[in-house]
Structure formats: structure tokens, C-alpha cells
Design a protein around this ligand. Sequence first.
Ligand code: ADP
Ligand code: MG
Length: 473
Amino acid sequence: MASFPFILQAHQGNHQVELVYNGQQLEFDGLNLDGGHRIIKTTEILNIDIEHENSLVIAVASAKNGPTKESVLERLVFQVRDKANAVQWQSNVLSHVYKDIKRGRHFKVLVNPFGGQGHAKKLWETIAEPIFTAAGCTYDLTYTTHRYHAKEIAKDLNIRLYDAVVSVSGDGVLHEVVNGLMERPDAIAAHKLPIGAIPGGSGNALSYSLLGEDHGGHVTNAVLGIIKGRAMPVDLCSVTQGQNRYFSFVLQSFGLVADVDLGTEDMRWMGEARFTVAAVGKLLSQQTYPCELSYIPVETNVDKIRAEYNYRRQQSVVWADQTHDELDQSHPTIVDRFGGVNSQLNKSDGWVTDSEDVITAVGAKLPWISKGMLLNPAATPNDGLIDLIVFPKGTGRINGIQVMLGTETGEHIYHDKVRYMKVKAFRLTPKNASGFISMDGEHTPYSPYQVEAHSGLISVLSIEGRYARSMRE
Ligand code: ADP
Ligand code: MG
């Protein structure tokens, strides 16, 4: 490969322009704009085309910083004299921009027109779709028309046709996709189909966890991650409840967090703020929830959990194995090592049981559970463990509000009333008659459930290969 910088002489009308690509950014000198100079980051370059013999067209998506949902999609057009030279320059730059990532991916896209405040369709049409098209990507689109529609689609999808399945909604649609893939006879192969998340719901935990607090709500950043990301292995939790078994990739919540998530449908108009407003109300009312909680602890010391988190971040990123050659058509057996909710707890597995009432008990695989809610800061994509957080009863309103405020930055886990641990599995048995249990933000019956993590069962498109930093060093 040629060495940096890659330089091309071009012009815009009467202006001579030098295009210099140095590996990190593309600089234009002599451009027909204020100052005659402009810089575009590698991540923002979508495509470079040569049209009509001598037009060089660079498609650029500038992701703005901050929570804005806007994008600036531009086509920068230059004229070139020496076409062969331009073709060489185009090839050099694009092969650096995309490296080993396939250009012009083909996606299955699911848009939930009722996701969030009903903005998902508009976000798709005005921001996401034009960026995909400008990057030379193609897609097959379905607007979901009912609950479980996304699951039905995932169950029947011809997985070989697509590079990923992408949802424009919240976590609920992805929860259905994951469960649809897992119910297929070829689930072992199907789970390798990467997932992409475009934030268009009111709970966009995956997007916030991938991109962080500032960028998680930003459609452009999410789309860039889907166009240029690699498949990152992500753990999936198997949940047994009654006679059912299903899968969860965000959280399994009981008590306050479940009430706030599911008992606030009438506050949907508030958007993401509804979770915070409802949580404060619940904490002030000091409502507690009787239950029995059993778990298999791996680490219960928060400082050790943080040390392990930081150690993991220093290790090199491991990408998912995307080979499809050993397609297993037989029904997969992903066996729960610790039995199901209806089996006896096996003492030799190291189960611990607490019978204390709680304000909330939440198992999770993602650090952010929504905007401003960094509930499980130590959660990582693939440590094979569940982050279990318990806020016991009897802590008082002041502690409650302190803990609540701490969830914005993840510092609440150091509060002496909070129990935060890494576990292999847990079982929660509600002791009262009715209430809410949330699995990835979806309703589930108010009955005992057991959760166990399975390593790297699905894959998610990501540029970084890990979640945004969610714990201090
Ligand atoms: P939000 O974050 O806004 O809750 P989700 O992606 O979690 O968005 O989706 C919420 C629910 O909407 C899911 O249970 C999904 O099955 C359901 N759903 C999807 N499409 C439709 C539709 N057309 N009408 C009603 N519900 C739908
Ligand atoms: Mg939801």
C-alpha cells in the first residue's frame, strides 16, 4: 500500500484544491469556503465516487457532538484532470477508511413506528436512510406493525442475505430479534448475524452502552457504527420462568426499576425523562418489595470489580467469529448449567440466599439502562457474568435520593447501602401477589425467574469492540 499522505490535486470551479489524507483525517486546502481550509475525520467519510469521467464526489456524515439527533450529510464535489490518478487516490483512501470492513453492506432494517415518542420513522427517513445510501449500503425495510412482529421476522429471516439486522426503536425490538434468532432450528448459526442499534425508542440501553452518555442518543453515530463496525461478541442471559425459557440482553429488573420502566406508560410523552421523574417519586414514597433472592457470587467487592474492569479494558479487543462454514442445522442445545427456576438450587454451585425485602434488585448485561441511568457501570460485553445490583429496604429517603443521583455517573455503587456484585446466575422469587418484572423493558409475568449468563452468544456491531467507559480508572 502507498504511504501517507495520499495527495490529490483537484479543483472546484476556478479554485485549485489540494486533498490530503494522512490516515486520521482528510484536509482540503484552497477550498471554496471561508478560510479555504477544512478537515474531515476518517470516521466521517462514507464513500468516494468518481462520476462522469472527472467528478470526484466525497460523501461525508458529520456526527455532531452532544445529544442532538441531527446529522449533516454532505456531498463534496471536485473536478479532477487525471482520472487514473483520482481512481488510485480514491482506492487508497477508501481502503484505509474501511480497512477489512466490507463496503456497501446489506441490512435487514426494522423500524418500530411507535418506538419512543413515535419519532423512529422520521429518524430513519431523514437521518439514517440517507447515510446508509450515501455509504453505498442497501437494505430491506420492514415497519413493525404489532408486538412480536420483529421476533417473527428474525425467526424466518434468510440470514445469509444480510450483513446485520438493524433496529430503529428501543431495546424491545432487539429483545424480540434476539429471541427470534434463538428459537430457530439453526440458532447456533443465526446468532452470528450481527445486530445494530439505532436509537429510536424511549429506552435505548444498547446504544448508550456502545456510544456513551453523550453520543448514545445520536442517530448519526449509531449509523456510522453499523456501517463501519465489526461484530463484537456479547453475552446473552437465559431466563427461565414458569415453563418458559427466553433470552435477555439488557436487564432483568424487579421492584422500583421495573415499576419505573413498565408502570409509566402514561408518561411516554415525556420521552426519556419519564424514568427519572418516576424514580424520584417512588423513592420518596419508600415503597418496598418482598422477595427472596438467591445468587452465585463471583465477586462482591466493588473495588475488586473496578480493578477487573480496568484490567479488561487494557486487553486487546476480541471480535466475534463470523465464519458460517460449520452451519449446524441440528437443534442447538444451549444448556443452563445451574438448572432452571423450577429445579432445586444445587448447594455445590455456591448459591447464597437473601430473604430481605428490597427497593429494587436488577440483573444486567449493559452499563447504561437508559439515558442518564448508568445503573451497572461494571457491565461488560463478554465477561460471561451478570451484574447484580440490590438496593435493600429501610435505607431512608436521603440515601435513596443519593443513590438515585449517583446512577447518573455510576458512583452509586460505592454507596454503603448498595450491594453490587458479579454473579454467574440468580433466582428471584417475588413474595407478594402482583407487580412488574421487566425483561429488557418488556413485561413478563409476576412470578419467580432464574437468570444465567451465556458467553458471547450474540454479536453486536461496534467500532470500539467494547462499551463506552463507564467506570473510573
Ligand atoms: P421503546 O423504547 O419506545 O419502548 P421498544 O423498541 O422497546 O421501544 O418497543 C416497544 C414495544 O413496541 C415492543 O414490545 C414492540 O414489540 C412493540 N411494537 C413494535 N411495533 C409495534 C407496533 N406497530 N404497534 C405496537 N407495538 C409495537
Ligand atoms: Mg422498550
